[in-house]
Design a binder for this molecule. Structure first.
Ligand code: SAH
Length: 230
């Protein structure tokens, strides 16, 4: 799957996209990420990407033109399976089921806002969807884009070492229960500071372990996220 990122801070992504699973997925060619500097799509000498908001008020707004030019240059003709997403505090809430849907697309182009936001014509006439990673306001769309890419990448076939491990992640309908949290996990030593890992996990009986995990996932969901039990 291919991700295109449009940002005024291309270097921002060095951390999030160059470690762990996302890094390995890129190296294996399962995920391609291209980062585009919005300033490269400006026409003036100062490479201006922002301007004052009409109607007055604080702050600056990202201009529409460089963003339109960038998207039209990255995808001269938009095809099916290519989606333009605007990261925005005002968008639809990103969650695991949206991540599963996005994982079925071929290419995603993520537009990262900054300052007071982005000229509304981008949301109205360029982006397919406006998406938010939560009810809080970030300083820019870059962290949100990294969250989306990380979450979607781990759902792609072959990205996780063990194919089934995404299936049992929290919130997945395919997991221990329908959209439950993941079950709790323990590792060696079997006893740490007097606290023991559950015996059932050590006895090698796969059917018992499966039942225990489903029960533990349900209990933890009921305790911490009763809203997920519907
Ligand atoms: N004035 C805007 C916030 C602008 S924050 C408002 O109150 O809605 C600057 C940029 O950060 C936004 O354009 C968006 O790209 C990004 N951003 C902020 N919060 C976000 C969130 N919860 N999810 C996704 N992107 C967000």
């Amino acid at each position: 799957m291919r991700f295109e990122i449009l940002t005024i801070f291309p270097d921002f992504f060095r951390g999030p996209l160059e470690h762990g699973i996302v890094r390995r997925a890129r190296e294996a060619g399962l995920v391609e990420v291209n980062i585009h500097d919005l300033r490269a799509f400006t026409k003036d000498r100062h490479r201006t990407v922002d301007d004052r908001p009409f109607g007055g008020g604080e702050g600056m707004v990202l201009k529409a033109e460089p963003i339109f030019l960038a998207v039209e240059s990255i995808w001269p003709e938009r095809a099916a399976g290519q989606k333009v997403l605007l990261l925005s505090a005002q968008g639809c809430m990103f969650d695991q089921s949206m991540a599963n849907r996005l994982a079925d697309e071929r290419e995603l182009l993520l537009i990262c806002g900054r300052y007071e936001g982005v000229d509304e014509r981008v949301a109205e006439h360029l982006a397919d969807d406006e998406i938010s990673i939560g009810n809080y306001v970030l300083s820019g769309g870059e962290l949100a884009a990294a969250v989306v890419i990380d979450t979607v990448a781990r759902l792609l076939p072959g990205v996780l070492g063990n194919e089934s491990s995404a299936a049992f992640d929290s919130f997945q309908e395919t997991g221990h229960g329908e959209g439950f949290l993941d079950c709790p996990h323990w590792t060696r030593p079997a006893e740490f500071r007097g606290w023991k890992a559950p015996d059932v996990l050590l006895n090698g009986n796969h059917e018992e372990i499966r039942r225990f995990r489903r029960q533990a996932a349900m209990e933890k969901t009921a305790r911490l996220r009763p809203d997920l039990l519907k």
